[in-house]
Design a binder for this molecule. Structure first.
Ligand SMILES: [Zn+2]
Length: 83
């Protein structure tokens, strides 16, 4: 089974991680998203991970999401207000 992770659109992020990766896009709408280091590690470990942005998930709650990836909550502590 594929893993599906929920991520924020870059434009919707109020807080960002200094080492986040902004090179990914939502698998549904192709909008640019920001992914924290823990998410990037998870994607590299499981390259068929599906990325769904907050807007697509809001529009379709039938999308099943996987558990938060390991390290995600630690990353949250390191976020800073977006300039
Ligand atoms: Zn989307």
């Amino acid at each position: 089974m594929n893993r599906t992770i929920l991520v924020m659109r870059l434009a919707d992020m109020h807080k960002v991680h200094p080492n986040q990766d902004n090179s990914f896009v939502c698998s549904r709408c192709q909008t640019q998203v920001g992914i924290f280091p823990a998410g990037v590690r998870a994607i590299k470990a499981m390259p068929d991970t599906k990325i769904v942005c907050n807007v697509c998930h809001e529009a379709d709650h039938s999308i099943l999401l996987s558990e938060p990836v390991p390290g995600m909550f630690e990353d949250l502590k390191d976020t800073v207000k977006k300039q």
